[in-house]
Design a binder for this molecule. Structure first.
Ligand code: F6R
Length: 234
């Protein structure tokens, strides 16, 4: 596990964007796994900025998003991750629609949708997975108690996640721990004081279902990028 500490959120977002841009330049058909939430907001801004300046071309990449609320409610569509990704990133860059993969929070056959998603990832292995981390140690929506061999599935959100994300959704779809672990390279981003304790537990503690992010310790190419506040206890 490589750990990089940068000064602040601005520097973290710059570095994450640079890593993605360099990888896309090196491999124009890169398969990228994307996360949502507050942490990558500036990363997406930076990627859009670089695209507008002609510094990067996304036309050959494929994307898979980590998670989605389920079932999507009409009145809360704006809080869906499909809406987030479209607004913050996809509508501003040149990724072909057919190369974008999102979990379907409207699916009528959820077991089949999750299986199909897992198969799509198997056929298009993720080269670079971007992750955030929940204060309870979740990655994607793999909440505490998630198994190491878990795959894409429906999960119950923990009360702390529902509160922190300010949603009324109680369930979600997420790539599993084993799905995430198959990514060739992982970049986990953490910013701010609220993430300091979980980063400490992930790095210093032992692997445990109680802290799903701890499974990442066994990944062979993971870089954790923290800013000073998130890295203050390590
Ligand atoms: C979102 C996701 C979540 C978030 C985590 C941190 O797609 O996978 O695991 O990364 O909840 O969220 P923020 O960045 O809002 O603190």
């Amino acid at each position: 596990m490589k750990i990089i500490e940068v000064k602040n959120y601005h520097a973290l977002s710059m570095l994450a964007a640079k890593i993605i841009i360099d990888e896309v330049r090196e491999k124009p058909n890169l398969v990228i796994g994307f996360a949502t939430g507050k942490t990558p907001l500036k990363l997406y801004k930076n990627l859009v900025g670089a695209y507008r300046k002609g510094e990067v071309d996304f036309s050959g990449i494929k994307t898979f998003n980590l998670d989605e609320y389920y079932p999507i409610k009409q009145n809360e569509y704006k809080k869906s991750y499909r809406s987030y990704m479209s607004k913050r990133f996809f509508s501003d860059v040149n990724i072909p629609k057919e190369n974008i993969h999102l979990l379907d929070g409207n699916s009528k056959d959820i077991a089949k949708s999750c299986k199909d998603y897992e198969n799509q990832i198997r056929k298009n292995p993720i080269d670079l997975q971007i992750l955030g981390i929940g204060i309870n140690g979740h990655i994607g929506f793999n909440e505490p108690g998630s198994k190491k061999d878990s795959k894409t599935r429906v999960v119950k959100l923990s009360p702390s996640t529902i509160k922190r994300n300010k949603v009324s959704y109680t369930k979600a779809l997420t790539m599993g721990i084993s799905t995430i672990m198959k990514s060739k390279k992982i970049i986990l981003l953490a910013s701010g004081k609220s993430k300091a304790e979980v980063i400490e537990r992930m790095i210093k503690g032992k692997e445990s279902e109680k802290l799903p992010a701890s499974f990442l310790k066994n990944h062979k190419d993971i870089t954790v990028i923290v800013d000073k506040k998130a890295g203050s206890l390590i």
